[in-house]
Design a protein around this ligand. Structure first.
Ligand code: NDP
Length: 282
């Protein structure tokens, strides 16, 4: 109990030292958000719009992007442009960054958020799907980050990577997805070090999210787990604030931080809890 209490106090101390968020800093900010046709990405687009940012959004479905962009303008975005792209393609990640740099005249925020659909089931050996998912969820992220880096360096900008608790703690039924998120954490964790050592102007924020109530996530887990889902709009706002205040990490909801620590300190207990949080019988 004493140990748990000390951990909680340490986490609260970290929370209290977080820099204050100045919403005005986002007025006119040039932002590219990926995976913004739906879910958390869509909610981020609306928040940035309310803050008066200039936004480029991307995903595959052009019609849906158009509707999101129109809503962004009605909410107060200074600009809201969209470009349809498939992040499994070799060239689309570069094309999207070039479009944003051209239309906005540079970038202050690159928010990497998209994911390709992946089954929620036991691993049955589909290597091709895992390779494809790596392209969408990982390789396109590093390609876009590299393409945008020079502009972010100039603007003292921020790179925001939306990751997952499953990028820190493997879970059943999502082996390909978990792999892509571990890859992101590894790569961008290394890049955080390198940029700091080079005294770069660019900040990288890696966001660890728990279960969020987006349609695609709920479709997969409802009836399968009793883990609570948190609101996408709140997750989106927390991601934006983390990027704007240039924090290295976000844990949302807060207890995801404790879970990542408990996995290393109490592996057997954590594994027991994970394996018993799903309705499954062989
Ligand atoms: P959604 O499935 O709701 O949205 C995914 C987005 O990615 C959509 O805009 C989709 O649009 C786009 N997309 C899918 N495939 C491609 C592709 N091949 N090329 C380009 N864009 C594509 O995801 P969430 O909002 O639930 O998740 C957002 C982020 O949050 C992800 O990084 C996810 O890992 C993370 N996260 C989510 C959690 C949750 O419980 N929801 C938990 C932990 C982390 P379109 O179909 O039009 O291409």
């Amino acid at each position: 109990k004493i140990l748990l209490a000390s951990i909680c106090v340490a986490f609260l101390a970290v929370k209290w030292t977080v820099p204050t968020f100045d919403a005005e800093s986002l007025r006119g900010a040039r932002v590219l958000v990926t995976g913004a046709s739906t879910g958390i990405g869509e909610q981020m687009a609306y928040h940035y719009a309310r803050f008066g940012a200039q936004i480029v959004i991307t995903a595959r479905r052009e019609k849906v992007l158009q509707q999101v962009a129109e809503k962004c303008l009605s909410l107060g975005a200074q600009k809201a442009l969209y470009i349809a792209a498939d992040m499994a393609s070799e060239s689309d990640p570069d094309k999207v960054v070039d479009f944003a740099l051209d239309k906005l005249g540079g970038l202050d925020y690159l928010v990497l958020n998209h994911i390709g659909p992946s089954p929620f089931s036991m691993w049955e050996g589909d290597v091709e799907h895992t390779k494809w998912l790596m392209k969408v969820n990982f390789f396109s992220y590093i390609q876009m980050a590299w393409k945008a880096l020079a502009s972010l360096e100039q603007s003292k900008g921020s790179l925001v990577v939306v990751s997952s608790l499953l990028g820190k703690m493997p879970s059943p039924f999502v082996a390909p997805y978990t792999s892509t998120k571990f890859a992101l954490n590894g790569f961008f964790g290394a890049l955080q070090h390198e940029l700091a050592m080079k005294k770069s102007n660019v900040s990288i924020s890696i966001c660890t999210l728990g279960l969020i109530d987006t349609e695609s996530a709920m479709e997969k887990v409802s009836g399968v787990t009793s883990v609570p889902a948190y609101p996408a709009t709140d997750a989106a706002l927390n991601i934006i604030i983390t990027g704007a205040t240039r924090q290295l990490e976000l844990f949302y909801p807060w207890f995801t931080h404790i879970l990542t620590v408990s996995k290393d300190w109490f592996p057997s207990v954590t594994n027991y809890v994970i394996q018993n949080s799903y309705n499954y019988s062989p």
